[in-house]
Write a protein that binds this ligand. Structure first.
Ligand code: PLP
Length: 411
């Protein structure tokens, strides 16, 4: 964007339009001109049906419709309603029984949890660490509160989690700063679809156990897509490993109801700490609530009431879980279809497990995406490749895209 007129630049590069929303706008313009059949919009970070319509869990929608005014119109407590906090801990941890001191603080979506964990567990000027394939808003969120973003290479040459580079970056940053916030988005990582294996997790724990005791680390597990990776219990098997971390490493789960309950617009999420002591848990709650008061004050109550009501009713919870399984299975089929066709077409993709997105490594993503746009295929160019949202297109279109990317690359 040209120089700002009244607003302060503060070192920021502010585009006129959000990149992904811009691509999506162009896709919609083409749909208006040429019709929906001519356009594949694989940019959207929401689960859509095969006709491009938003999927909403009907059991969640019904619960929303039954809310009483006091369940949405009045203010929620700053940290969230007690029933929501209890429910969201269950939603995040599933059957895992934590041996730690668990506290939840409500946040506007998963985004709010990222913001307030960074603001409370790092200092101005610090760098926050994440992988080199990352969700772009991490950088914006960190930058908006005077922090930078550093990255480690997510994959090594064997296409495995790059524990060596992770260790190197953690240790390098902790020689120049006293604290470190680490953002790990797993499972169903955005943008690659990767999930850390238990072996990866053990490696991460070993690296963090070796951090000098006087240094402080917050390990933020961005679990925005946790229930879209596969079996809900299996994908929580890493939690016991997290609980072996020493007292100077605080694990925090960033939970979002946006995808897991199809409540994207309700702006409902939570930061949940698995603290090693009651004091650290209490401090987490007090500090995050303080930051909430100084940013968005309290969060919207409707989403909190919906989640609380679902968890208060076993049959309703079972229905939500069953409905979610159906849409997850559809998403998994789409992801497999994309993977299969990529293999057939000889298209290298970044290690993929499951989730809303898959990525293709490439050196000229803007150029390839530009070519494909002209053919009606809208994808997202990233720094290191191209992101395909399998969440927003049909299985048939997931099968069609790999060969088209290969053709665009060879053209
Ligand atoms: N983390 C990741 C990696 C995401 O992709 C998203 C949403 O797209 C979020 C967190 C948080 O989403 P929300 O704030 O909508 O809950």
């Amino acid at each position: 964007m040209a120089e700002l007129i009244m607003a302060a630049q503060n070192g920021r590069v502010i585009p006129k339009e959000d990149k992904i929303f811009g691509i999506s706008r162009r896709a919609n313009e083409m749909i208006a001109e040429k019709g929906a059949d001519a356009v594949t919009n694989a940019t959207i970070g929401a689960l859509l049906d095969d006709n491009g319509k938003l999927i909403v869990l009907t059991s969640v929608d019904d619960t929303f419709g039954k809310l009483k005014p006091e369940e949405y119109a009045s203010y929620a407590p700053i940290g969230g309603t007690p029933a929501f906090k209890k429910a969201v801990i269950k939603a995040a941890l599933g059957k895992f029984a934590s041996k730690r001191f668990v506290e939840a603080v409500a946040t506007p979506g998963g985004t709010g949890s990222i913001r307030n964990v960074i603001s409370n567990y790092s200092c101005f000027g610090d760098k926050v660490l994440t992988s080199d394939w990352f969700w772009a808003p991490y950088k914006t969120i960190a930058g908006e509160i005077g922090r930078g973003l550093a990255t480690f290479e997510l994959f090594n040459e064997e296409r495995k989690f790059n524990i060596g580079d992770f260790a190197e970056k953690v240790n390098a940053l902790l020689t120049v700063q006293e604290r470190l916030v680490i953002l790990l988005n797993t499972p169903a990582h955005n943008p690659t679809g990767y999930a850390l294996t238990l072996e990866d997790w053990q490696g991460v724990a070993d690296v963090l156990k070796a951090v000098p005791a006087e240094k402080k680390v917050a390990l933020f597990i961005d679990a925005a897509y946790i229930d879209f990776a596969g079996d809900e219990d299996e994908y929580r098997e890493f939690l016991p490993i997290v609980e072996t971390l020493p007292a100077n490493v605080l694990p925090v789960i960033g939970y979002s109801t946006s995808k897991t309950f199809t409540l994207y617009g309700a702006r409902c999420g939570a930061a949940i700490c698995l603290a090693p002591s009651a004091e650290i848990a209490e401090e987490f709650k007090v500090c995050l609530e303080f930051s909430s008061r100084g940013t968005w004050s309290n969060c919207a109550k409707a989403g909190q009431s919906i989640i609380a009501n679902i968890f208060a009713d076993e049959a309703l919870l079972a229905k939500v879980t069953e409905e979610r399984k159906e849409i997850r299975d559809m998403l998994l089929r789409r992801g497999r279809a994309f993977e299969e066709e990529a293999a057939k077409a000889g298209l290298e993709i970044v290690p993929f497990d499951a989730g809303f997105f898959a990525s293709v490594p490439c050196d000229n993503p803007e150029e390839i995406c530009g070519k494909l746009e002209q053919e009606g295929i809208f994808l997202v160019p990233l720094a290191k490749g191209i992101r395909v949202s399998v969440a927003s297109i049909s299985e048939e279109r997931c099968r069609m895209i790999p060969a088209r990317i290969v053709a665009a690359m060879n053209a």
